[in-house]
Design a protein around this ligand. Structure first.
Ligand SMILES: C[S@@+](CC[C@H](N)C(=O)[O-])C[C@H]1O[C@@H](n2cnc3c(N)ncnc32)[C@H](O)[C@@H]1O
Length: 420
């Protein structure tokens, strides 16, 4: 939107009456209201109303349509969103993390916050009217994590991993993580062998793992495997080679950009291996797009800590597993509670630290979901390596700890095995 257009629109709204009319029509979108209803609901005499309606119609902010003896008015919702986009498109340019932090601190319901990606600028003028359905409403449970709602946590996580998937991760908070700078070294340090890594499609390993769930899964030919938060398909492709053509691997991720990347990698995987046994589904691990009792092994690598509703994740894992099915998960966990200042750090949240819970809390959630045989093995090497490599996030977190405290006292990588 051009500044001249924006100025005209704002000018049309510089009256208490017109603002009230426009907001009421937004509330009643997409049906709109007839003049008599507007007059009654706003307590504005019809004679005054028609002047304001004319100004708003002229600006394009609302439309009018004859309906017998009445005239129906509707808000131009796409144009309203364009105005919001005009104000916010360049918000915190170059500092996406800061921007996310401000958004998370806002009282505005996240469903109505501006788009995470900048709107397209291919229309310089006023947007035409069309009936846009109201935004999707997702449940938004109040959540104590750094004073953020569940939906805000999800949005922060999604925005961060979308930026990583598209290579736009110039985050002000932590810069490029050490794992992302050298994904090969990171993967080797958590036990992936060089030969396996060399076989992966280029870009499947983004240095986002914190363990090796494939190794603990002991996969067999013919098994059905599910990877929660699959990213670019790192563990999915490895599992695919193990279960062969008779098996099947499903990767689920809630970030559209990650799924897009994984599907691109899939072409390379199929060409290289000749296998057609892998698929990627867009979805949240709290609401898995997977049938009941259909999976032999659930994998996940450094993801569950990011979920604002871990109890629901474990219930879903239990639901999709076949009786006797296995959980092989690597994740971050806490050995003792993190100080509040670290829990509130956006970079620590999206960097798989601030959302982590105590090892024993994980056990309790899994038991509540129905698991009885559970083996939890803390592994200190991941955090130690991050510190040795001077990872910017781990350095930042270490600096935020009370004096004399070590990061390794708080956080560990955790291998989680369980059977249904
Ligand atoms: C740290 S990365 C790990 C990616 C992959 N497992 C790997 O090791 O390369 C976390 C991934 O989990 C996804 N994710 C985070 N929370 C999720 C949720 N609640 N539902 C589905 N995917 C989620 C993110 O989009 C991201 O791709």
């Amino acid at each position: 939107m051009e500044t001249k257009t924006a100025a005209t629109l704002f000018e049309a709204l510089t009256s208490e009456a017109r603002l009230s009319i426009f907001r009421l029509l937004v509330k009643y979108a997409p049906e709109g209201l007839v003049a008599g209803e507007l007059s009654r609901l706003l307590d504005i005499p019809k004679t005054n109303l028609s002047f304001h309606l004319k100004t708003l119609v002229h600006s394009g902010l609302i439309s009018m349509e004859r309906e017998g003896r009445n005239t129906r008015y509707r808000a131009n919702i796409p144009l309203m969103l364009d105005i919001i986009g005009y104000l916010t498109a360049e918000c915190c340019t170059g500092n996406p993390c800061q921007c996310q932090a401000y958004r998370a601190a806002s009282d505005v319901d996240p469903r109505f916050l501006p788009l995470r990606t900048p709107p397209s600028h291919n229309h310089g003028g006023t947007r035409p009217m069309h009936s846009t359905p109201s935004p999707n409403t997702t449940a938004d449970t109040p959540h104590s994590e750094g004073q953020r709602t569940d939906e805000q946590v999800r949005e922060l996580v999604r925005a961060n991993y979308a930026a990583i998937a598209t290579g736009n991760h110039s985050c002000c908070c932590s810069g490029k993580r050490s794992g992302q700078n050298d994904p090969f070294r990171l993967a080797q340090s958590v036990g992936y062998d060089a030969k396996t890594l060399d076989r992966l499609p280029e870009g499947a390993n983004m240095g986002l793992s914190c363990g090796n769930p494939v190794a603990i899964a002991a996969l067999r030919e013919g098994q059905v495997v599910l990877d929660l938060g699959c990213g670019g398909g790192f563990d999915v492709f490895q599992a695919g080679e193990k279960v062969r053509e008779a098996g099947h691997v499903i990767g689920v991720d809630m970030t559209q950009e990650m799924i897009g990347k994984a599907r691109k990698n899939l072409e390379q995987y199929e060409k290289f291996t000749g296998l057609h046994n892998v698929e990627f589904r867009l979805g949240e691990i709290e609401h898995l797009p997977v049938a009941d009792a259909s999976v032999d092994v659930v994998l996940s690598n450094c993801v569950i800590n990011l979920s604002p509703d871990k109890a629901q994740v474990w219930r879903e894992v239990f639901r999709v597993l076949k009786p006797g099915g296995k959980v092989s998960v690597s994740d971050q966990a806490l050995l003792k509670p993190l100080p509040d200042n670290v829990r509130g750090m956006v970079a620590a949240l999206v960097g798989c630290v601030a959302g982590a819970i105590l090892v024993e809390e994980t056990r309790a959630l899994m038991e509540a979901a129905g698991f009885s045989k559970i083996i939890l093995t803390p592994r200190s090497d991941y955090v130690r390596n991050m510190q040795n490599w001077n990872d910017p996030l781990y350095r930042q977190i270490a600096e935020a700890l009370p004096e004399g405290r070590e990061l390794s006292e708080y956080i560990t990588s955790l291998s989680i095995e369980a059977w249904k």
